[in-house]
Ligand binder design. Structure first.
Ligand code: NAD
Length: 499
């Protein structure tokens, strides 16, 4: 019988009760290797109840003891890195080294969460008025929930529960139903690290479980990462229910290439950031904007032979640059976008649509595609493709190039490649995008800064992880105190001021 993933509630692994299952594929073979139970509303309620019951004791646990769980968890992640990466690659399709990067990026958020005692310290003013002191504290919210996408099944759950739980909240995670194996392993390791029962729970499921979390009166905050339409839906429904919501969405990141850029380096940067993980990254760089016809021609001349050398392979092939797409349906969607690009009049310079891997003909592979002469009016430019497809949009001037990411519906990441500090500085200052790279193709901020896009790439106003993450998962309380001196003061009928 096919192995069936269930849920993890109140410290225990449980089988699902709905009788409904999603298929979990190995994208390299194209076979259904496991199934995942899809939770009922009652199962979601049980997870929330477990988190609610665990909250009073966990929030009262002193921050250094909470941090010790994080330290131990970090150690367990390191000890289990190989097994976690193998499982991640099997279900997602990204190559092993990239899966390790996925886990490591989450681990780095846990490293920051180890410093929670320092981060969550309040502020104190001695003598704000006569005999008056003021102090403020950041208190946890209660039960928080995270809903995560398929493309980073380790990193994104840890962005969320790492900071939330370190700050004293309890958590219910609803991971992607496409690759639930690693999130379930993470909760097991977290328990092994000493977390009390109910502090972290995992329910697997689909829209039913997402809606149940959005509507549950005991859930105080929802963190979502996924596609933009669903992000907007989660934001609207969650905030309408009075919850704090941060909802990160899709992306279409541009790389502006100025004539003075180091083109050999740009080619290497574009290869990794456009085709790494088969382009299934919200911080991929699927649009290159060379400035000037000469820059575009030189870039293409160097790029095409390097694309031809890319090796697409199974996720356990150590020589493969990238593996299969996550599902046959998603690969079809990407292929359809490529056909649409052809129909719209863009020039398909490299066509990887019909790539097939010998011995793995049923795997969800796709070769790299490269479009030249894409224009901003094209649908394939406006929308997120999320596959191994790089589009070149030729711009005549720096100003024309710089406008493109600002005008685009998405505003997650952007990069500029140049040796000119003035252009780079002006661009970074003015562009309407949340994360900017200067000669850095994938500017995912390190774990002690924070992650977030603009426009349709993020709804809500607080970023993931770092101090922004802490702010999202805590609320500020400010205490103004005075102690009796034995002197009775007259009533004050005007608002107290500091005059
Ligand atoms: P998705 O939106 O299909 O799914 C994300 C989550 O939402 C999953 O847990 C899924 O079960 C749930 N979901 C799906 N349909 C739903 C519905 N109708 N109602 C309620 N919940 C629903 O996204 P995906 O395909 O798993 O991930 C890829 C997308 O995520 C891309 O658009 C990518 O750009 C984006 N992404 C964004 C970031 C970021 O930080 N901005 C990071 C990673 C991925």
């Amino acid at each position: 019988m096919t192995y069936q993933y269930g849920h993890f509630i109140n410290g225990a692994a449980l089988s699902g009760t709905s009788g409904l299952f999603g298929d979990v594929y190995n994208p390299s073979t194209g076979e259904v290797e496991k199934q995942v139970a899809l939770a009922t509303v009652d199962e979601v309620s049980a997870a929330v109840a477990a988190a609610e019951a665990a909250f009073p004791a966990w929030s009262a646990t002193n921050p250094q003891r909470r941090a010790r769980v994080m330290f131990k968890f970090k150690q367990l992640l390191e000890d289990n890195m190989d097994a976690l990466a193998k499982l991640l690659s099997e279900e997602h399709g990204k190559v092993i080294a990239d899966s390790k990067g996925d886990i490591q990026r989450g681990l780095e958020v846990i490293e920051v969460a180890c410093g929670i005692a320092n981060m969550q310290k309040g502020e104190y003013t001695d003598g704000a008025g006569p005999g008056i002191d003021v102090y403020s504290m950041r208190q946890p919210l209660g039960v928080c929930a995270g809903i995560t996408p398929f493309n980073f099944p380790a990193m994104i759950p840890m962005w969320m529960f790492g900071m939330a739980i370190a700050a004293g909240n309890t958590f219910v995670l609803k991971p992607s139903e496409k690759d639930p194996g690693v999130p379930l392993k993470l909760v097991e390791l977290f328990m092994e690290a000493g977390a009390p029962e109910g502090v972290l729970n995992v329910v697997n499921g689909d829209k039913t479980s997402v809606d149940a979390l959005l509507d549950h009166p005991s859930v105080q905050a929802i963190s979502f990462v996924g596609s933009s339409d669903i992000a907007h839906y989660v934001y609207s429904r969650g905030t309408a229910a009075g919850k704090r919501v941060q909802a990160m969405g899709g992306a279409k990141n541009h790389g502006i290439v100025l004539p003075d850029a180091d083109l050999d380096q740009v080619v290497q940067d574009l290869l990794g950031s456009a085709y790494g993980s088969a382009g299934e990254r919200c911080m991929a760089l699927p649009v290159a904007v060379p400035v000037g016809e000469d820059t575009a021609d030189r870039l293409l001349e160097k790029l095409v032979p390097e694309i031809d050398k890319l090796k697409v392979g199974i996720s356990t092939d150590p020589d493969a640059h990238y593996g299969p797409l996550v599902s046959a349906a998603h690969r079809q969607k990407v292929r359809d976008y490529v056909q649409m690009g052809v129909d719209e009049g863009a020039e398909l310079v490299v066509d990887g649509r019909d790539f097939s891997l010998q011995g793995y003909e049923d795997g969800f592979f796709m070769g790299p595609c490269l479009f030249d002469k894409v224009t901003p009016e094209m649908t394939t430019y406006k929308e997120e493709i999320f596959g191994p497809v790089l589009q070149i949009v030729r711009a005549k001037t720096f100003e024309e190039a710089a406008e493109l990411p600002t005008k685009h519906q998405y505003g997650n990441g952007v990069a500029i490649f140049t040796r000119n500090g003035n252009f780079a500085r002006e661009f970074a200052s003015k562009v309407q995008v949340g994360m900017v790279g200067i000669n850095v193709p994938i500017p995912v901020p390190v774990s002690y800064h924070s992650f977030g896009g603009w426009k349709r790439s993020a709804f809500g106003d607080t970023n993931q992880y770092g101090m922004e993450g802490l702010r999202f998962y805590t609320k500020v309380k400010t205490v103004t105190q005075r102690w009796p001196t034995g002197q009775t003061e007259d009533s004050a009928f005007i608002i107290p001021t500091m005059q």
